[in-house]
Design a protein around this ligand. Structure first.
Ligand SMILES: Nc1ncnc2c1ncn2[C@@H]1O[C@H](COP(=O)(O)OP(=O)(O)OP(=O)(O)O)[C@@H](O)[C@H]1O
Length: 251
């Protein structure tokens, strides 16, 4: 398993400092959640980690090695996978074929859109394993376009898992997923916890507090607190800046 060290990371859009000198350690094997109000800079931060967005300055180390100057595909190759924007789901391919194509891309061969992807037994086995981990094995032969929203999210998770990540970046996996689907998803992530290091951005606080080993709170591009869920929940600064406010809104 792998660790991620973020050192003095910065990103501005014009005069707006969206990531303002963020330093953070994501320990090997932990699920580290990043929470914060709308517009705090969470998605920007995860895009900087994945390499989708270039940083202005600072450093990002994967197992001690700087990945700051590497492209997103190179970061994926080193084991930094982002779900859910890592790849587009192909609606007319089956669920299994979608994962197989992703496995194939990761293993270095080119996309073979017009050849029977599903014919390769080893590829299929790996794709089926990823579908099993994402709780979607029973939908393997269905066209991706026929999946429900929640199942679609799980397919995207399976695709990320199929790239055999060392660190998995999860950007609001529960967005638009409700009820039993959400519960199943959280249970699935809990099962994966011991396998990967994970960075989770999520607005669903129940899910965050159930899953996270540690939580960092991002407000206006700065980390104002990092700790266990209990520590963060009882931190007066966090309550004032974020959680208290949300609870009042709910009340
Ligand atoms: N490409 C961009 N150009 C200009 N401003 C941007 C860009 N991307 C994000 N921003 C701004 O940066 C700030 C942080 O946005 P970001 O989406 O990272 O926040 P967030 O914490 O993920 O928000 P949410 O919880 O609503 O998803 C916002 O003020 C947003 O308008």
């Amino acid at each position: 398993m792998s660790s991620l060290e973020i050192r003095h990371l910065k990103k501005s859009f014009g005069a707006l400092k969206v990531t303002d000198d963020v330093s953070l350690d994501v320990r090997s094997g932990e699920l580290h959640a990043i929470i914060g109000p709308n517009g705090a800079g969470k998605t920007t931060f995860i895009s900087q980690l994945s390499g989708q967005l270039a940083s202005d300055s600072g450093d990002i180390l994967l197992d001690g090695q700087s990945i700051m100057r590497l492209s997103m595909p190179k970061r994926v190759h080193l084991g930094l996978a982002r779900s859910f924007q890592i790849t587009q789901v192909l609606p007319h391919f089956t669920v299994l074929e979608n994962v197989a194509v992703a496995v194939q891309a990761r293993s270095g061969s080119s996309f073979r859109f017009f050849s029977p992807v599903a014919g390769d037994a080893a590829l299929n086995a790996r794709a089926m394993a990823a579908l099993g981990e994402a709780g979607l094995a029973d939908r393997a032969d269905v066209q991706a376009s026929a999946l429900s929203h929640g199942e679609h999210r799980r397919l995207e998770l399976a695709i990320a898992l199929a790239t055999e990540p060392r660190v998995l970046l999860l950007d609001e996996p529960l967005a638009g997923v409700g009820g039993e689907d959400a519960d199943a998803f959280v249970a699935g992530l809990a099962r994966l916890k011991s396998r990967f290091t994970m960075v989770l951005i999520e607005h669903d606080m129940d899910a965050v507090f159930r899953l996270a080993d540690r939580v960092s709170v991002l407000v206006y591009g700065r980390i104002i607190a990092t700790g266990t869920p209990e520590e963060v929940r009882s931190d007066p600064q966090v309550r004032a800046a974020y959680l208290g406010e949300e609870e009042e809104e709910v009340a």
